[in-house]
Design a protein around this ligand. Structure first.
Ligand SMILES: [Zn+2]
Length: 447
């Protein structure tokens, strides 16, 4: 099948391989034509166009550019190559102030972008930058980092598209209703949303199950249940509810760090009460969702909200969480198969630099989570995993109309792989990223 937008020739034709468009019909095509950074034709229509340049795939595979919907790029660039889940011993882990000057902030972002281009990642969400971190320990999350983003953005220096959420408290810590309200009154800088979108806010509701800081209905082994991190407004729950209402009333997208079933329940309850829900640039979503229940997942789907999930965190902290939660509860945690089955918006993300930003081990870990719950390793499941890092991530960005698939009218963001990752039995980690194209321009080529 081939389709084309009208107009004159192409800047670039990509041909001679297997191109998974991930369009709604799961079309595979043999060629793409690109003009002004946008795909204008596929298949025979693309090959028939006169073009200024050609990229021969020589049998390789193309997928839409990967989109990591929760990745702390500034922090990753500052810490690279040290990840939290790695062989780096604690005494060799970077600590304290990581970046201090404007030059260091720019270098940090550029380092992250080079790394992401090498991994075939063309878009990501930077989840939480703002004034609450101006005196933060690392220097990676404050207003100065937002300035560095905007500066590089205006210089046209980006090689990844970015969705940035503002943070009016501390990262992985407390926030107050006063600071949140004050933050909302500061307008975000004006940017081209196709490269640097600033659609909403990040709120930290709770901690994580292994530390017994996720807010849960049932107590941990030590008898505690965790608690909310929001402050002000009389009590933590009122502060949390008010923050969501205020952000929603301003038409902002809301991402809530919530791992416990209780904090997810309270987020859901506010979202369900918003009637009519004011239009936001993208759907609201839970970040992590470790202990989401099947009923909560279904209710999230019903209101068009979703989840940003980290399969490598699940793999790394599983046994640690079991100590606090007990085997039965941990067996039901990270319900990825349930999320896929429900049809709720679900993205697969790294939370780098916690885990590696490499999407391949992340998709292998996802595959293990779903097959352990009875799923079958076939092309359909693999396509579903890839969609969670392309199509669904674009949906989370509120950008499904112009990125995430390889169809006429979508931007030419794509990743060339040496092998087809949809073949059952093949580890995603055995596939090599050969080339990364953003907006029709090559930002990484092996050799
Ligand atoms: Zn995070």
């Amino acid at each position: 099948m081939s389709t084309a937008l009208s107009g004159d020739g192409a800047d670039l034709i990509i041909r001679g391989g297997r191109i998974h468009t991930l369009d709604p019909r799961d079309t595979t095509t043999s060629a793409l034509a690109v003009r002004d950074g946008v795909i204008v034709a596929t298949g025979a229509d693309a090959e028939a166009l006169p073009a200024r340049s050609t990229l021969e795939l020589d049998g390789r595979t193309v997928v839409p550019g990967l989109n990591d919907a929760h990745l702390h790029a500034a922090w990753l660039g500052a810490r690279w190559p040290h990840l939290f889940f790695s062989d780096t011993p604690p005494e060799q882990q970077p600590s304290g102030r990581l970046v201090s000057t404007a030059g260091e902030r720019r270098a940090t972002l550029r380092r992250a972008w080079r790394l992401l281009a090498e991994l075939g990642i063309t878009s990501y969400t930077e989840p939480g930058i703002g004034p609450g971190e101006d005196d933060g320990e690392t220097g990676c999350f404050g207003s100065d980092m937002l300035d560095a983003y905007v500066e590089l953005h205006r210089e046209g220096a980006q090689t990844s598209r970015v969705t940035l959420l503002r943070l009016f408290g501390t990262i992985d810590g407390e926030s107050t209703l006063d600071d949140f309200e004050r933050g909302l009154q500061t307008p975000p800088p004006s940017t081209d949303a196709r490269w640097l979108a600033i659609p909403g806010v990040k709120i930290f509701a709770d901690g994580i199950p292994p530390m017994a800081t996720a807010w849960t209905d049932e107590p941990y082994a030590d008898g505690t249940t965790g608690h909310l991190l929001t402050r002000g407004g009389g009590d933590p729950l009122s502060a949390f509810q008010r923050m969501i209402e205020l952000a929603a009333a301003r038409g902002l997208q809301i991402a809530v760090h919530a791992t416990g079933d209780r904090s997810i329940a309270e987020f859901l309850a506010v979202l369900e009460r918003l009637d009519p829900a004011p239009a936001a640039p993208g759907p609201h979503y839970v970040v992590h969702g470790d202990l989401a229940t099947p009923a909560q997942i279904a209710r999230m789907r019903d209101i068009g909200a979703g989840f940003a999930i980290q399969p490598l965190i699940a793999a790394h902290t599983h046994s640690w969480a079991a100590v606090q939660l007990g085997e039965a509860r941990v067996a039901a945690a990270w319900p990825l198969a349930e999320m896929f089955g429900s049809g709720a918006l679900t993205t697969l993300t790294s939370d780098a630099p916690i885990a590696t930003p490499d999407w391949r081990p992340s998709l292998d870990a996802s595959l293990r989570l779903v097959t352990a719950a009875g799923g079958v390793d076939d092309a359909e499941l693999r396509r579903r995993l890839l969609r969670a890092m392309t199509v669904e991530a674009a949906r989370q960005d509120g950008a499904a109309e112009w990125k995430g698939t390889l169809e006429p009218g979508r931007v030419a963001d794509l990743t060339v792989l040496d092998e087809d990752p949809l073949e059952p039995g093949r580890a995603f980690t055995s596939v090599t990223v050969e080339r990364t194209v953003v907006d029709g321009r090559t930002v990484f080529a092996r050799d």
